[in-house]
Design a protein around this ligand. Structure first.
Ligand code: CU
Length: 679
């Protein structure tokens, strides 16, 4: 039975996140590949797979916090850190790179947020209720999902996929004491060999949270619901069609780190797929999909005190796309081919209402209806050798941006009189990854090259206020393509009860895009310190290293831990913003007779390498302790699963380098979860 209640097994976390390091090449993928033969070919190229929900009942009780938000799930992975502007819609970063440098897809679909201030990363438009796992590829190993510099994340939707389970269902609820978060969810499924249907929904509502020492963080409330439906029908033994539909809406979302909140963030995401086991006799797993999604985002400053000038800032993003992919196995070669494309429309506006109502309104297009076209071809060959393997991959893409709105085009022409309406680029990616087994050692190494186009904000943004460094940002349509050469190496020593990995990666990013102050321009936002223009630096360098281990003390007790080091500098040796200080994590997990417990510690050293030019100051060192207890009961055919836990036990008041404007994190928090699944 598949039930999101009963699920969210911590397999991914126990096995993956905590024991391993942030950047250890793809050895974990090998580990997974050995354990899950069904998906071995698919998983083999990934650095990490975080199991979110997936019919793996036996493991679900090991999970520390079922019904946590997707953001918390991602944060628990070893590869991802989350930038926070409040309690909701955190922004994933990987290898110290954020949205613009990552390729993030939902079930292979390209989706782009509609907020000029990054309030709606696309991960905020799904929930744990409709996902099975997050597939994570570091650097160019994420290029299967799109052009990227830092890596790729694909959030896979949870589907019954013609498993003969009949009717199943589940109900669940959770409560968290710190912000009085209430969660209610449920699902209903039918699946047989010819037809399946999955329906699920989840609702979350939270009040303001309190930082350590009972300090209330104002404007940190949120409310969200998510419904999803997916269904499949077998046309013949080897042929099927399927469709998915997701509706996600958040209201009254506070962003304590920003000057505005959100009254509406809404996504409708739909797709239709055609699957055939073979293609032309030689290819297998042929899958084709067409999709469409539309996002509306409305910011709101009406609840804030002392707003100097009221603003309306709605944004829209619509994307239509397709992909078709297949595998080809020939002796030692395992090929994978994918042809994909999308068309995106990004439009955002700002209206300012002066306090003196006799003054005229001010209207600007902050995203001037930018149309992005992208068509790419991706191919990889995974070559199995004796005690070794080699993976070669490449992506070639055509990418173009057009400013469709004349008013927006003319506004940008104030700064760039020579600019063209359309800008076209070819984007390339190449990667070679080698894996060698030597007795108990696994050695992984790779070299890659990748390119990405500037984001809509970087290319066409018009006076986008950044509250972190207190500057207005203007895009540059003539930016050069950013590119990166990277190398990664990791060594794992692995025994059944013990495992340790040391890994590192290095990115040399050419034409690194970042905002640079232009002192000749004056600000639009009241109180802003200056104006920055997105500019190509000659280069920037990023380095990440980590050490991690796992030790099975006994059948019931497992100890895991990791520590990682990060560094990022620009071409003049200045620190890049949002680079992690030394950070560490360790956990002791217990599991026996359907009873689970855990004790974990999470912390970071002082942030010595920060950059005040980007609004950063020194984040202090911190450590937090958490614990959880769970028990699963069998009631005839059904399952009852209870879990309780406490986070930040010592009620530490702290903020980390990823906390926008040093907004403090949540203080002590007790949570309770009840899940009931009907098989
Ligand atoms: Cu916004």
């Amino acid at each position: 039975m598949k039930a999101f209640i009963s699920v969210f097994p911590l397999k991914g976390m126990l096995m993956g996140s905590l024991l391993c390091t942030m950047f250890c090449g793809s050895f974990m993928a090998q580990l997974y590949a050995q354990e899950t033969p069904v998906d071995s070919l698919k998983l083999i190229h990934l650095n990490e797979v975080v199991i979110i929900s997936a019919g793996q009942q036996l493991d679900h009780q090991k999970q520390r916090k079922p019904l946590s938000t997707l953001d918390e799930f991602l944060e628990s992975s070893r590869s991802i850190k989350m930038v926070k502007r409040g309690a909701y819609a955190w922004e994933p970063t990987m290898n110290d790179m954020a949205s613009e440098r990552l390729a993030i897809t939902i079930d292979g679909m390209q989706i782009f947020g509609a907020c000029t201030d990054k309030m709606d990363p696309i991960t905020s438009y799904v929930d744990v209720s409709n996902l099975s796992e997050a597939e994570i590829g570091s650097g160019q190993q994420g290029a299967a999902y799109g052009n990227t510099i830092g890596g790729g994340i694909n959030l896979k939707l949870d589907k019954s996929n013609f498993k003969p389970t009949g009717w199943t269902g589940a109900l669940e609820s959770a409560f968290e004491t710190n912000n009085a978060m209430r969660v209610f969810g449920g699902e209903l499924n039918y699946s047989d060999e010819k037809f399946y249907f999955n329906l699920d929904g989840i609702y979350r509502k939270a009040d303001n949270y309190k930082a350590g020492g009972d300090e209330e963080v104002n404007f940190s409330q949120f409310e969200k619901y998510n419904f999803s439906m997916n269904s499949g029908y077998k046309l013949a033994e080897d042929k099927s069609i399927s469709a998915t539909l997701i509706y996600d809406e958040a209201n009254d979302v506070g962003y304590p780190a920003l000057t505005m909140d959100v009254s509406l963030a809404r996504a409708v995401i739909g797709s239709v797929s055609f699957n055939k086991d073979t293609l032309f006799g030689n290819f297998s797993n042929w899958e084709s999909k067409v999709y469409f999604n539309t996002i509306k985002h409305v910011m709101d400053d009406t609840k804030r005190p002392n707003v100097p000038i009221h603003m309306d800032m709605p944004g829209w993003s619509e994307t239509a796309g397709f992909y078709t992919q297949a595998n080809l196995n020939k002796e030692k070669h395992h090929f994978f081919f994918k042809w994909d494309g999308f068309y995106n429309k990004s439009y955002a506006e700002m209206t300012m209402y002066p306090t003196n109502s006799n003054e005229p309104l001010m209207f600007m297009l902050t995203w001037p209806d930018v149309r992005t076209k992208d068509v790419g071809f991706y191919a990889e060959d995974h070559l199995s050798l004796e005690k070794a393997s080699l993976k070669l991959s490449a992506r070639l893409a055509y990418h173009s941006n057009t400013v469709a709105d004349d008013f927006g085009l003319n506004s940008l022409k104030i700064f760039y009189p020579e600019m063209d309406k359309t800008n076209t680029r070819f984007l390339k990616s190449f990667s070679a990854q080698y894996h060698q087994m030597l007795n108990n050692f696994h050695i992984h190494g790779g070299l890659s090259y990748g390119e990405r186009a500037p984001s809509v904000s970087e290319g066409y943004g018009f006076y986008l206020f950044n509250s972190f460094d207190n500057h207005d940002y203007i895009g540059d349509p003539d930016l050069n393509t950013e590119s990166s050469a990277d190398a990664n190496l990791s060594v794992t020593y692995k025994k059944p009860i013990f495992e340790i990995t040391a890994g590192a990666n290095y990115f040399h990013v050419f034409n690194y895009i970042i905002g640079v102050v232009d002192p000749t321009l004056s600000t639009m936002t009241i109180g802003a310190q200056g104006v920055k223009i997105y500019t190509n630096l000659d280069y920037a360098q990023l380095f990440n290293a980590s050490l991690s281990g796992r030790y099975s003390i006994s059948n019931a007790f497992k100890l895991t831990g990791s520590v990682s080091y990060h560094r990022g500098v620009d071409d003049t040796g200045e620190n890049l913003p949002l680079i992690s200080p030394l950070s560490y994590r360790s956990a002791l997990d217990f599991y026996k007779n359907q009873f689970s417990a855990s004790l974990s510690i999470d912390g970071a050293g002082e942030q010595t390498n920060f950059n005040p030019d980007y609004g950063e100051n020194k984040s202090a060192a911190y450590a937090t302790l958490s614990a959880s207890f769970g028990k699963r009961f069998f009631l005839k055919e059904n399952d009852l699963f209870l879990k309780a836990g406490v986070e930040n036990i010592l009620d530490t008041n702290y903020s980390t380098y990823t906390d926008w404007n040093n907004i403090p994190r949540m203080g002590r928090n007790f949570y309770f979860t009840v899940s009931y699944s009907i098989n």
